[in-house]
Ligand binder design. Structure first.
Ligand SMILES: Nc1ncnc2c1ncn2[C@@H]1O[C@H](COP(=O)(O)OP(=O)(O)OP(=O)(O)O)[C@@H](O)[C@H]1O
Ligand SMILES: [Mg+2]
Ligand SMILES: [Zn+2]
Length: 374
């Protein structure tokens, strides 16, 4: 599976440019916070980055290893409970994990006794967290740092979060906590204020395309550049989704733009293309063909609204346009959105699935036909 094979293993391999710079600086300054909160959409590299950090600080052949050698073991143990800032001031250059030493390999194979990944979806209660806190008070067994990577952190119960507060505030200096979540708003404020927060946001189209190019090159896949942009658009702002689509297209040998587009059934694009032909017959035939071939109207309307919203925000100057080319003005976008929302609500009561959408389009044409630009 490409998405496992190409999981970033070094800071440099992270295609999320903003996050890459932040992590690089923190590691170079050797001023890692003792608790992180990584938040952002699925498939943006939270888990991968957490593992890279765990490897970097424990690697046996980067500058973290040499800076440890220059400190005596006795001074290390004396300082165990002191704030790290008092002893970590030097900057280092070689911060990348080597990915070949014993410590790096054990993180990759999830067999490190000191790098503990737990899924809060199934270890969310107070007992689980108490065990974790107790364990965290011991020295790392074979590494320099004990790193706890807690995925789906928003699933931790309130009691358990409360139990964790003190440890997050004053953890043993050889411990790093990395909480990762897609739902930052479900993390209590008291926890947030004790963590260094890194926003992974959504994967940007340009970053996705750059990641796809690298994977395609390594896999010797010859794919049209235009199709890479299309994949990026279709990937729901997730690197993982994008690389999965690439793999699917490669397996199916649909590597030209036209083949790829057809295979992905890029509904939104095809819909807007038909809509912008300014011909009611064209768009109604498109919908007919779509529903005859088993298309899901509810999903289609959701996709259309999502795309219109992006266009609206772009045209209002709120966001740069990452969406598809929609040549409608703001007024037309708004009226189409209203009609589609109404159609969406009517889906439940319509005897024919495609009917509400057809009605919406007829109405849109009647009201706005003359304003549809080419
Ligand atoms: N920054 C990135 N650069 C390149 N590829 C990435 C990046 N982030 C994610 N990927 C791709 O997506 C896959 C999943 O990444 P990861 O598990 O780190 O995401 P996540 O943010 O933890 O997702 P989730 O919220 O679903 O747990 C990786 O194996 C890799 O193929
Ligand atoms: Mg994850
Ligand atoms: Zn290493």
């Amino acid at each position: 599976m490409f998405y496992l094979k190409y999981r970033p293993k070094t800071v440099e391999e992270l295609d999320n440019t903003k996050v890459k710079e932040i992590i690089k600086k923190l590691l170079q300054l050797q001023s890692l916070p003792h608790a992180f909160l990584f938040f952002g959409q699925k498939g943006t590299g939270k888990t991968s980055t957490a593992r890279i950090i765990a490897k970097a600080v424990n690697c046996l052949s980067n500058d973290y290893a040499s800076s440890e050698r220059s400190e005596s073991r006795s001074s290390r143990s004396r300082q165990t409970r002191q704030p790290r800032s008092t002893w970590q001031a030097r900057t280092v250059k070689n911060i990348e994990p080597c990915n070949t030493c014993r410590n790096c390999l054990s993180v990759d194979s999830s067999s490190s006794p000191d790098v503990i990944e737990l899924d809060a979806a199934s270890n969310r209660g107070i007992e689980d967290i108490r065990n974790l806190i107790k364990e965290a008070s011991f020295f790392p067994m074979v590494n320099r740092y004990r790193v706890y990577i807690v995925d789906e952190a928003h699933m931790i119960t309130n009691d358990a979060f409360n139990a964790l507060l003190k440890t997050l505030e004053e953890p043993p200096s050889s411990v790093i906590f990395i909480l990762a979540t897609t739902n930052q708003e479900k993390i209590p404020k008291t926890i947030l204020s004790r963590c260094s927060i890194i926003n992974f946001g959504k994967a940007q189209k340009a970053d996705i395309v750059s990641m796809l190019k690298k994977v395609a090159k390594k896999e010797k896949i010859i794919i049209e550049e235009q199709l890479l942009s299309l994949i990026a658009q279709h990937a729901d702002h997730s690197f993982r989704d994008a690389v999965k689509i690439l793999e699917e297209l490669a397996t199916q040998q649909k590597l030209s733009y036209e083949e790829g587009k057809q295979f992905l059934g890029l509904l939104k694009e095809n819909f807007f293309e038909a809509l912008q032909k300014k011909d009611l017959k064209v768009i109604l035939s498109w919908i007919d063909e779509f529903s005859q071939s088993g298309g899901n109207v509810k999903y289609l309307i959701e996709q259309l609204l999502d795309e219109l919203r992006i266009a609206l925000l772009a045209q209002s100057g709120v966001k740069t346009d990452e969406g598809i080319d929609i040549t409608l003005n703001v007024k037309d976008i708004v009226s189409l959105m209203k009609l589609l929302t109404e159609a969406y609500n009517n889906l439940k009561i319509s005897p024919i699935e495609s009917l509400p959408l057809e009605i919406a389009l007829v109405e849109f044409y009647n009201q706005h036909k003359s304003k549809v630009k080419n």
